[in-house]
Design a protein around this ligand. Structure first.
Ligand code: XMP
Length: 520
């Protein structure tokens, strides 16, 4: 649990796929909230957390099943407003004396329409101006009997109790999901709920920045801090924030593993040296990484080799700083949230992500993670607040293992050079067509095949490459970007004309799942 002076709201997670979206909606309304799994919320926790309101999330279980998740009864005795969503509504009804039944043939999944009852409810301020509201449902069970004190305020074909409330106790419970995009009036419901709970919207990035700076100073004292800089948004924002707090007690280490894009090292190092004057070690270790990767074609072996070397190299250069006691990391809130797992088993490793995990123990360092409470778009907002250039804040994500995972098969300096050129031309095309900000991530992968072509009456036998561009919210799922055929044609022509070594261009139209964004 984080120490914050802000008004705070508690989200009790019953394992819905969209619980994080509840937090997003509330944060957008300038309210500080935290998500905690239902198993970890007990009376002592509630007393410590002292929420000003509670939201009970949806979840995959059925309250009719033996041993199904419950909210601690104390939630309903705090005297604060409670909003139950989907499973949260059902759990609330059952615990407060109502009943739930299985929906025989009345399950609703997807879009539904709610019509109002003929009595007003402040939670619904601004709703039903056109008679009905579109909502997004996803439920099998539904409420059968209301708990004492509750009344119905809205109905849908599959959920006679779509909106229910006990206004005197400020308990609200809805069957649909107000947090998703497909409930267009959902934001209004949250805004009304927050107003009913007396939130004033005191969670702003300006306030966060000042508090974070004070907290960093208090934690670090006069000790030295090192920060691994990747050029990505998270580590950059963390570095600038910490530098603002403790100045030259911070040293950044930028490890160039020889797998960066064209001009990347110069851009990142320049940005930090020119704009911020942050002490920065630029460690050019490309030879070391590329020789360790020589002959390696297995994706996991590539990732592990890079991860291991990165730690060695970072540790070596961090030693130059002398006596650092803290390691700064750009860890974000989604990495911290303990998600509720109903399957219980460990999940399969799809890819071993490269990060600096393992370093703190090895080097006896403590962690400073000033972004632990933030979502990605909040980090971008904080970056703007700190004056980072817009071009930097809007950069597409770039993976730690860099071009190694965009070069299936063996990595050679020749292939990397071709890949860098092709990638630069592709991104230039995207920028020139004004598409960069619409795309979540775009890059080229060089394929381990040579194919035959004909250029100027001569035969060519060169590499093929694949263009990748996806839309996504968080990288967990993604769809390919629908470029026009004209754009694709023009880009293919440019790459083949401008990049010696490539004579064939393909466009990857795989979504995630079943594909992944990177090729390895
Ligand atoms: P995948 O390929 O798993 O990628 O669909 C999802 C997102 O994560 C990025 N990615 C990484 N980022 N270290 C990182 O910092 C890694 O090892 C790594 N592998 C993938 C990828 O670029 C995409 O944005």
């Amino acid at each position: 649990m984080s120490k914050t002076h802000h008004q705070r709201l508690l989200i009790i997670d019953f394992g819905s796929q969209v619980t994080q979206l509840i937090a997003r909606r509330l944060r957008e309304l300038d309210v500080y909230c935290e998500i905690h799994p239902y198993q970890t919320v007990d009376d002592a926790f509630l007393t410590r957390f002292a929420p000003q309101a509670v939201v009970l999330s949806g979840g995959p279980a059925s309250v009719l099943d033996e041993g199904s998740p419950r909210a601690p009864d104390a939630v309903f005795e705090l005297g604060v407003p409670v909003l139950g969503i989907c499973y949260g509504q059902q759990v609330m009804m059952q615990q407060l004396g109502g009943a739930v039944e299985r929906g025989d043939g009345t399950a609703e999944f997807g879009r539904a329409y709610v019509t109002p009852a003929d009595r007003a409810l402040p939670l619904l301020e601004g709703w039903f101006s056109e008679g009905r509201e579109q909502v997004w449902m996803s439920h099998g069970d539904h409420v059968k009997t209301l708990a004492p004190g509750f009344e119905v305020f809205g109905t849908s074909p599959g959920a006679p109790f779509a909106i229910t409330a006990d206004p005197a106790r400020r308990f609200y419970a809805v069957q649909f999901h107000p947090e998703v995009h497909h409930t267009p009036g959902g934001r209004q419901i949250y805004a009304n709920f927050l107003a009913l709970a007396g939130f004033t919207g005191d969670w702003t990035m300006g306030a966060y920045r000042d508090e974070a700076i004070a907290k960093i100073r208090e934690t670090v004292g006069d000790a030295k801090v090192i920060c691994g800089l990747s050029g990505g948004v998270d580590s950059s924002v963390a570095a600038v924030l910490i530098h603002e707090a403790i100045g030259d007690q911070l040293t950044c280490v930028f490890v160039d593993h020889g797998l960066l894009r064209e001009g990347e090292a110069t851009e990142v190092v320049g940005m930090f040296r020119d704009n911020y004057n942050i002490p920065l070690i630029h460690a050019d270790e490309s030879d070391r990484f590329l020789s360790a990767l020589d002959g390696v074609s297995d994706p996991e072996q590539k990732r592990k080799t890079i991860g291991r070397l990165f730690i060695d190299v970072f540790q070596h250069h961090a030693g130059d700083v002398g006596g650092a006691k803290f390691l700064a990391q750009g860890t974000l809130y989604p990495d911290v949230i303990e998600s509720v797992s109903f399957s219980g088993g460990p999940s399969v490793t799809i890819k071993s992500h490269h990060n600096v995990g393992g370093l703190p123990e090895k080097m006896g360092l403590k962690l400073v993670e000033p972004l632990r409470e933030l979502f990605k778009d909040e980090v971008r907002e904080l970056g703007r607040e700190l004056g980072l250039p817009a071009s930097f804040i809007g950069r597409h994500p770039f993976p730690g293992p860099g071009l190694a995972i965009r070069c299936p098969g063996e990595i050679t300096p020749e292939k990397l050079a071709i890949l860098r050129r092709a990638d630069a031309v592709y991104l230039d095309q995207i920028r020139q067509h004004g598409l960069y900000d619409d795309i979540w991530q775009a890059f080229v992968a060089i394929l381990p095949v040579r194919t035959v072509g004909v250029m100027g009456d001569a035969r060519t036998y060169d590499y093929a490459c694949a263009l990748r561009a996806v839309t996504s919210v968080d990288g967990m799922t993604a769809d390919y970007y629908p470029f026009s055929h004209a754009f694709l044609g023009e880009t293919a022509t440019r790459i083949i004309n401008e990049v010696p070594g490539i004579n064939r261009v393909t466009y990857d139209i795989t979504s995630k799942p079943p594909g992944t964004i990177e090729w390895e």
